[in-house]
Design a protein around this ligand. Structure first.
Ligand code: ZN
Length: 174
């Protein structure tokens, strides 16, 4: 059984910690597998397209991602101990975050990235992202480093327009 965990918000100290690397042996621990299941359920319940473990008050280096489109290259995935293999270009987009509910801001990120890490079986995986998927991967890795998008974004504001509300609530909260 997987459970919806509560998502902590800006101001909670766990969001500001550098999360701990996961020991490869720990991945097979039933409690760790439970954490992964709970993170997926929590992400879908929110709903969001990405969720990092610190957002459920677990300071470990893993995140879940699913863009909810028909492209299997866009998830669902869980990535443990992610790192950037390659970053390229620049793109500015509107972002929101489940841990900063109701707000959006413009942020400049790499336009495309390649991220490697381990999956839930401890096997190596590599994700390639451009556009929204690349943004999402960078947003989640920021969470693992204690960084929130509001630290880097311009013009952080309450979501009001349809596009802003979608970024803050339904289509794109990370
Ligand atoms: Zn976030």
């Amino acid at each position: 059984m997987a459970y919806v965990r509560s998502i902590i918000t800006d101001g909670h100290p766990t969001l500001r910690k550098v999360a701990k690397k996961v020991d490869a042996k720990e991945i097979h621990d039933p409690l760790f597998q439970q954490l992964i299941d709970d993170m997926f359920v929590t992400m879908y319940d929110a709903p969001g397209i990405g969720l990092a473990a610190p957002q459920v008050n677990v300071s470990k280096r893993l995140f879940t991602v699913d863009l909810h489109d028909d492209d299997p290259a866009h998830g669902p995935f869980v990535v443990v101990n992610p790192k950037f293999e390659r970053t390229e270009g620049e793109i500015e987009s509107l972002e929101g975050c489940l841990s900063v509910p109701g707000y959006v801001g413009e942020i400049t990120r790499f336009e495309s990235v390649v991220v490697t890490g381990l999956d839930r079986d401890g096997a190596k995986i590599q994700l390639e992202g451009t556009g929204l998927f690349a943004t999402c991967l960078q947003h989640e890795i920021d969470h693992l480093n204690g960084v929130l998008y509001v630290d880097r974004a311009k013009n952080v504001r309450k979501a009001r327009t349809e596009e802003e509300v979608a970024a803050a609530e339904s289509a794109g909260p990370l």
